[in-house]
Write a protein that binds this ligand. Structure first.
Ligand SMILES: *Cc1c(COP(=O)(O)O)cnc(C)c1O
Length: 359
């Protein structure tokens, strides 16, 4: 059986070494030494000023929204994982969907402007599949209308734009280190900002609002992560170059094998160094997509309709016209991609796709 993804696991021994050190210290959570180490390693690897390691990528979005004081209407993308939208609703704000660009599959800056009202306080956009949004255009719109910008960069680990980490764009970027992501800590996430005051606010929010053991500065939440999760991250960081190299090799193998398949792929933003974190293909019709899934499933291959459905069709949001997102979400499929996926698996999957197309 081949699933769309499979978490990376290092040799158990490497992890056990860290676990032994946790036993020796008897310090399991609450900003321990491994959490601090991981934050340093990540900042160093990604070239960032500030980063806070959090419990997951969803609490990261929620803390970012709170720290920026977002309220009212938040303009967001309908083409993302559900956590992008549900976090807005969870924070008591209203998601206002602006449709995506049909080529990049990221939010279309021109459509953002059309959705701005007197109630708009911010933009929450996703770098879909790690492909950066048009960050410069979004920056301009935000400056003109005095809006805060958060990027949900859950797919964008290691992505650069104009030579800088994509995590550096926006007022805050959030990311996820969930097991299924390119780099993971089992469960985990982070917020990234260049603003030192915002960093301090978010550090407090992550820890119940504590200023000191017995004083508080505002309400916080539990956004912390543990030494055990940080240990997994520290081990996986040792393999990150190999993980990223294998993703690229797999994408190139798919490209070659699928040259005759009648599908399109997202256009990566010019000036971006992509991380090949997913392999999305867009079929000509939902009918061919369903036929392809049927063929793959019949051979124990399980790709994923990611992202489907368009978030603009959720039953707990107000309706906004997003024809492009609704159309593409019906035709897009993510093919299996994970560290231990073999070249022969890619040949096999590609043959099945071509067979489904040509039958
Ligand atoms: C995975 C993901 C999240 C949520 O991250 P968790 O760590 O699972 O909470 C949010 N947004 C996007 C786009 C994601 O892919």
């Amino acid at each position: 059986m081949i699933n769309v993804t499979k978490p990376f696991l290092p040799d158990m021994e490497e992890y056990i070494d860290y676990v032994k050190s946790i036993w020796e210290r008897n310090w399991l959570t609450n900003n321990g030494p491994l959490v601090n180490d991981l934050e340093l390693r990540l900042k160093d690897f990604l070239g960032l000023d500030h980063l806070l390691f959090l419990g997951n990528g969803t609490i990261a979005i929620q803390i970012a929204m709170k720290a920026l004081g977002m309220k009212g209407e938040i303009i967001t993308t309908p083409f993302s994982y559900v956590a992008t939208t549900s976090s807005i609703v969870w924070e008591g704000c209203k998601p206002v969907f602006a449709d995506i660009d049909p080529h990049s599959l990221c939010i279309d800056p021109a459509k953002i402007e059309e959705r701005i009202t007197e109630h708009t306080t911010g933009i929450l956009a996703t770098h879909v599949y790690g492909n950066p949004c048009d960050v410069l255009a979004i920056e301009k719109i935000a400056a003109k209308h005095n809006l805060k910008v958060i990027y949900d960069a859950a797919h964008a680990f290691g992505v650069k734009y104009k030579g800088r980490s994509i995590f550096e764009y926006g007022d805050i970027s959030t990311t996820s280190f969930h097991s299924t992501k390119l780099f993971h800590t089992v469960e985990g996430g982070a917020v990234i900002t260049k603003d030192h005051d915002l960093l301090k606010t978010m550090a407090r929010m992550r820890n119940f609002g504590h200023n000191s053991p017995d004083t508080f500065d505002g309400a916080g939440i539990n956004g912390k992560n543990s030494e055990f999760h940080a240990a997994m991250g520290l081990v996986n960081m040792k393999h990150i170059d190999a993980i990223m190299a294998s993703r690229k090799a797999q994408a190139m193998a798919y490209d070659k094998c699928l040259a005759n398949l009648n599908v399109t792929k997202p256009t990566i933003l010019k000036g971006a160094e992509w991380n090949y974190s997913y392999y999305p293909i867009i079929f000509e019709s939902e009918e061919i997509l369903l036929k392809s899934i049927y063929e793959l499933n019949g051979n124990w291959v399980y790709p994923r309709r990611y992202f489907y459905p368009s978030l603009s069709t959720l039953d707990y949001v107000d309706k906004y016209e997003c024809p492009i997102s609704e159309d593409i979400s019906k035709r897009v499929l993510c093919l299996p991609m994970f560290h231990s996926l073999k070249e022969e698996d890619i040949y096999f999957i590609s043959r099945l796709l071509l067979r489904a197309q040509n039958n």
